[in-house]
Design a protein around this ligand. Structure first.
Ligand SMILES: C[S@@+](CC[C@H](N)C(=O)[O-])C[C@H]1O[C@@H](n2cnc3c(N)ncnc32)[C@H](O)[C@@H]1O
Length: 245
């Protein structure tokens, strides 16, 4: 198992997400058809799949590249008594294996950055049914005046990070209607880094490999950058509808 998977598989949160914000966005997209087809793309260990299955009372297909994360997700669904409602699929989010015009809701939190927001828009539009919705949460800049070390760090780590205003503009240019936008609160980042730093301390106490120590230092630096960030970036939700034909 690679060090990143080993580090994160045991964590409660794989990213800075906030259930109340997710539920607010889910409410904002309005009712879905009966027995909707729902995908959670880049589902990780299944936090949002669980939220969706519970909130919608609908079947969810949880897609991720990592078999290790999917195994943790299945354990989480079983603990929640939802194993019959959520199925997992090891696949690339670029081609999650759904027919054209078939999906009512695509949900993807903290994962689209792996392929790029623009690429996600293009890859997911054809599988949405006309009138179907994609909800994407990706990191974005809230200001042009981020502290210099913060801008330098993210320009190196995530050079394609968009400005908040880019998300709805790019989505409209890709042929979507923007239904809602929302920002993830700073408390989600604080909770995420609390978990990360706790896991880092546990692993460090066990004499980690050079590769694991390098990852730990990178994550500690990222947490420190967040504390210097002065609210200059966060995760931004964009909820988008494929227009009815
Ligand atoms: C930061 S985690 C977020 C997981 C989850 N959505 C959450 O917020 O807890 C990003 C996830 O994307 C997955 N991933 C990365 N590239 C992918 C791809 N091309 N297709 C599917 N999943 C991918 C990773 O394995 C990881 O589980």
């Amino acid at each position: 198992m690679d060090v990143t998977t080993a580090f994160f598989a045991e964590l409660e949160m794989l990213g800075p997400h906030d259930k109340a914000t997710s539920l607010k966005v889910l409410k904002a997209i309005g009712p879905l058809p009966a027995a909707p087809r729902v995908l959670d793309l880049g589902c990780g260990t299944g936090q949002q799949s669980l939220m969706l299955a519970r909130a919608l009372g609908a079947r969810v297909t949880s897609v991720d590249l990592s078999e290790v994360f999917l195994e943790r997700a299945r354990a989480r669904f079983a603990e929640g008594g939802l194993q019959d409602l959520v199925e997992t699929r090891a696949a690339d989010m670029r081609n999650p294996g759904e027919p054209a015009d078939s999906v009512d809701l695509i949900w993807s939190e903290g994962a689209a950055y792996n392929i790029g927001f623009r690429q996600a828009l293009d890859a997911w539009r054809p599988i949405l049914r006309p009138g179907g919705v994609a909800v994407i949460a990706d990191a974005g800049w809230l200001t042009e005046d981020a502290p210099e070390p913060v801008r330098t760090f993210w320009d190196a780590e995530y050079p394609d990070m968009l400005d908040a205003t880019d998300f709805p503009e790019m989505a409209a240019a890709a042929g979507y209607e923007v239904v809602a936008t929302e920002t993830v609160p700073a408390s989600a980042w604080v909770a995420y880094y609390d978990g990360v730093l706790k896991r880092a301390a546990e692993l460090r106490a066990g004499n980690p490999s050079y590769e694991m120590e390098t990852l730990i230092r990178d994550l500690e630096q990222e947490a420190e950058i967040f504390h210097q960030s002065a609210g200059s970036y966060t995760y931004l939700f964009t909820a988008l509808r494929r227009p009815a034909d």
